[in-house]
Design a protein around this ligand. Structure first.
Ligand code: ZN
Ligand code: ZN
Length: 370
């Protein structure tokens, strides 16, 4: 997503950068009502606008996210995979929920989560890149992958409370994680400001995690890489991502393959190709050359009589393994003919002899007028 193209969140809501929490809230209400899908059915522009307004409000209504945005702009709040505490505001998976929590009572229902327990949210998916040599991609391997992820705090076990200190149901929201405000004739449901939506509060916050219940840890896992992978192939490690909130479970880890270029072999799909230089006599008379394989062996390859420059000799099954299938691609040998730049006196003598022998050949020009 080209973040540079994104509209400023403050501009989206039409408020100044110094706007207060309640100014932001009422600006959001105004803006969202104008383009709410119920009011503008089938209007694509309104729908886009509505998404943008909701995205802006998601960020600006959350003190932590707002601070990140003020400091780092869109990059700060869209840190994406791999970033600590990264969340993706452009996914819109939560639009209805955000809207429901603030607007549900105005437009009436249809938005889910209108009370009860705090909402469980799955952890973030993460992504790591893995570099492989062509040989490793050929053979497949078990690779150790190191990355960072968010895990339950090991001091407090995720409660966020210091040892011996109690975790209590939040009194402001009665453990629901959200509260309903009455403002004029609107009633609005919002994330509880006292517990941040958790539904519980701690007497003394855990010092290690400052009450968040989570910490950022170094993770190291072994990933089995199948043979035949290529750049761009991504493996998913279930539950390898960040831990979720309110018991929401782990996100996944995506491991993306990057296969390095090889000094000798070029990859063309499942085939490998290689350049082989032969001499002019070998091309004319035929012969045998030694060719390396990706397995690290050297094999003899027959050069047929009359082999032409640029001809491709195929060694069946000597290419890359087919990912997820049986069989292998081929090894394609592109034949080049060596033309000596400084022939020895003897070579020159023989070549001149040869030239005399082949000199009778008519030129293309002559052939044209025959
Ligand atoms: Zn802790
Ligand atoms: Zn609460």
């Amino acid at each position: 997503m080209p973040t540079a193209m994104k509209e400023d969140y403050y501009e989206v809501l039409g408020v100044s950068r110094t706007a207060s929490e309640s100014e932001i809230k009422s600006a959001y209400r105004r803006a969202a009502m104008k383009c709410h899908p119920d009011r503008c059915p089938g209007d694509k522009d309104a729908e886009e606008r509505f998404k943008k307004v909701n995205e802006a409000f998601t960020i600006l209504s959350d003190p932590q996210k707002k601070q990140m945005y003020d400091q780092y702009g869109h990059d700060g709040v869209n840190s994406g995979a791999g970033g600590f505490g990264g969340f993706n505001a452009s996914g819109f998976g939560d639009v209805s929920d955000i809207f429901g929590s603030v607007f549900g009572d105005i437009f009436g229902g249809g938005f889910g989560n209108r009370g009860g327990k705090p909402r469980a949210q799955r952890g973030e998916d993460l992504k790591v890149d893995v570099d492989l040599t062509l040989e490793q991609a050929y053979a497949g391997m078990e690779k150790e992958v190191k990355y960072h992820r968010v895990e339950r705090c090991n001091v407090c076990g995720g409660s966020g409370a210091e040892e011996g200190s109690a975790v209590k149901t939040c009194r402001s929201c009665n453990g629901r994680g959200s509260v309903v405000y009455q403002q004029g004739f609107f009633s609005m449901r919002q994330t509880c400001p006292d517990c941040g939506g958790k539904g519980s509060v701690v007497e003394k916050p855990c010092k290690a995690c400052r009450g968040s219940g989570v910490e950022r840890i170094k993770e190291s896992i072994k990933v089995k890489i199948p043979s035949g992978v290529r750049t761009g192939v991504t493996l998913r490690v279930s539950n390898g991502g960040d831990i979720g909130t309110n018991g929401g479970g782990y996100g996944d880890l995506y491991v993306e393959m990057h296969v390095q270029e090889h000094k000798i072999f070029k990859r063309e799909g499942d085939h490998l190709s290689i350049d082989a230089t032969i001499t002019y006599p070998q091309a004319v008379l035929g012969g045998s050359i030694k060719v390396p394989t990706i397995e690290g062996k050297e094999v003899d390859v027959d050069i047929p009589k009359g082999t032409q420059f640029g001809e491709v000799l195929k060694m069946q099954g000597c290419g890359m393994p087919k990912l997820g299938k049986k069989g292998f691609g081929d090894l394609l040998i592109h034949v080049k003919i060596d033309v000596p730049k400084k022939p020895t006196a003897r070579q020159k003598e023989l070549l001149e002899e040869l030239a005399k022998e082949t000199g009778g050949k008519k030129s293309l020009f002559e052939k044209l007028f025959d």
